[in-house]
Design a protein around this ligand. Structure first.
Ligand code: COA
Length: 183
């Protein structure tokens, strides 16, 4: 088991599953609270229809004492509630991470890392070699998360983000380095 993506890194009762169209309203709550330039509902709906696009949801199942409020909260009609998500595209032998966010109340519990680990493992198992992403230069939390998985900076795009014209840092990972046993 990879020490970074090993077992036991995510709270009990959370599973990583494909996002459903009915989850979009909960996703939008997290999205608006997480990004300076949030995606719209339509963007998520469009991604769900694209063959090369994958959206993983971190879903809490059942009554879960390790999750804030989870000992009393009752499941939604889909049997759980979404506390984070990851959108990525598979393009040739690469995956491109487009969006990741975790609900503010559930951060620093390993959910962001578990979403990435799941996506990277599936990508490697289906033949992908590398993963790429862009991140705001000031986004220390996200940069620390990516670096903890072995992503390294390979470039910078000046003035990439919105009205603040913040630079984007380009990061890349050779996925085999994360899961040598699977390579
Ligand atoms: C970035 C984000 C997805 C991380 O999700 P998370 O579930 O809190 O992350 P994890 O608990 O899996 O953290 C894994 C590691 O990332 C790093 N990390 C995460 N948040 C951090 C923070 N606020 N400060 C410093 N390091 C941080 C740490 O190395 C952490 O490991 P540790 O807790 O053992 O120290 C979350 O902060 C978020 O939703 N941010 C807003 C949206 C966003 O910025 N998305 C990225 C766009 S590129």
């Amino acid at each position: 088991m990879n020490p970074v993506c090993g077992a036991g890194i995510v709270p009990l009762c959370i599973e990583m599953v494909p996002l459903l169209p009915a989850d979009i309203p909960s996703v939008m709550e997290i999205e608006r609270d997480s990004h300076l330039e949030p995606w719209t509902e339509e963007s998520f709906a469009r991604e769900l229809k694209k063959l090369h696009s994958h959206i993983l949801a971190a879903r809490v199942r059942g009554r879960c004492p390790t999750i804030p409020g989870g000992s009393t909260r009752v499941d939604s009609e889909h049997g759980g509630w979404v506390v984070g998500y990851l959108v990525y595209w598979r393009v040739a032998d690469e995956i491109q991470i487009l969006n990741i966010a975790v609900h503010k109340a559930y951060r620093r519990q390993g959910i962001g890392r578990a979403l990435l680990c799941q996506a990277l493992r599936s990508a490697l198992e289906s033949g992908a070699e590398s993963a790429v992403l862009e991140v705001r230069r000031s986004n220390n939390a996200a940069r620390a998360l990516y670096e903890s998985l072995g992503f390294r900076q390979v470039g910078e795009r000046p003035g990439y983000y919105g009205i603040l014209k913040e630079p984007a840092i380009l990061m890349e990972l050779n996925i085999r380095d994360l899961f040598p046993a699977l390579a």
